[in-house]
Write a protein that binds this ligand. Structure first.
Ligand SMILES: [Zn+2]
Length: 311
């Protein structure tokens, strides 16, 4: 088996204002990095558009209606200081969610060993009824709910290593006892949530704040001491990764000092967890990462491990 790579041209139609870090060029750089002979074995698939029912797994109809109504006919509109929509944003978001859902389907069907979804906008900051932090809908949380509700899984882990706290995923899965949400992130840093005391409605949320200027050594020690034991106790049947690459030392939005080999190590260890408990099943979806070259190199490192481990 191999790794599925889900993408869609609509990701290039979600346009943010000039100078915005969450930009079209992110996908262009990632796709350029995933060309060439080392990535020839990827099973490249178009991310389908999701349905309204998919979005309603996590969000109320009022949120979907509000996002649809906010979309501009031309130019861009600001939903808040960070989060913008262009005419193509809703379609892009639907394909980003649909890519995650199709990735779950393909991995659970055994068509591929694991999958990476290279779409935008990202999702982990979108709360139940609030778009936030470049995100419109909770892509990873919707994928988790899809696996639980429609595939009948009993336990799904969502591991978020983006440098910002995944407040949206935490909000959407707060009362979902069949999920374990584990997030590491820099603190202090926007959005300011993600303290260890935030443990979910069923002790199903685990937050690991990391201090600014810490590097991959602290990340590795923290995951070894806290995250991997918690994942082993939970015994996930599927591991979903919110893969943000903005903890990289070169990233302009944060001050952690991870390098590509840290993303390689973390991906390997998360694949170990999946092999021990989940038949190797991993679905990874792009979140942040804003230095274009560091993003491309880090995604290439991440996907290379997924391909090695796809079986
Ligand atoms: Zn981020």
């Amino acid at each position: 088996m191999t790794t599925a790579l889900f993408g869609h041209e609509s990701s290039l139609g979600h346009v943010t204002p000039s100078g915005h870090p969450e930009q079209v060029a992110r996908i262009e750089h990632i796709m350029a990095a995933l060309k060439g002979p080392s990535f020839a074995a990827l099973d490249r698939r178009d991310a389908p558009a999701c349905s309204d029912d998919d979005i309603l797994l996590c969000h109320p109809q009022t949120h979907l209606d509000a996002i649809a109504a906010a979309a501009p006919a031309n130019g861009t509109v600001a939903l808040d200081a960070d989060t913008h929509m262009s005419p193509g944003s809703l379609a892009a978001a639907r394909h980003a969610i649909g890519g995650c859902i199709a990735a779950v389907d393909a991995v659970l069907a055994g068509e591929v060993g694991n999958a990476f979804v290279a779409c935008r906008p990202p999702g982990h900051h979108a709360e139940t009824s609030t778009p936030m932090g470049f995100c419109l809908f909770g892509n990873a949380a919707i994928a988790a709910k899809h696996a639980l509700e429609r595939h009948g899984l009993s336990r799904v882990a969502v591991v978020d290593f983006d440098v910002h706290h995944g407040n949206g995923t935490q909000d959407l899965l707060w009362n979902e006892s069949r999920s374990l949400f584990v997030g590491s992130h820099q603190n202090p840093l926007w959005p300011g949530t993600g303290m260890p005391e935030e443990t979910g409605g069923h002790n199903n949320v685990m937050n690991l704040p990391l201090p600014p200027h810490s590097d991959g050594r602290l990340m590795r020690a923290t995951y070894e001491a806290e995250v991997f034991p918690a994942l082993a106790r939970f015994e996930p049947e599927l591991v979903i990764i919110s893969a943000g690459f903005d903890a990289h030392a070169d990233d302009p939005l944060a001050q952690l000092n991870w390098r590509e080999d840290d993303f390689t190590w973390l991906t390997e260890r998360l694949c170990d967890v999946a092999e021990q408990h989940a038949e190797g099943r991993v679905v990874s979806t792009l979140e942040g990462g804003y230095d274009l070259n560091a993003l491309a190199a880090s995604v290439a490192a991440h996907v290379s491990v997924l391909m090695e481990r796809a079986g």
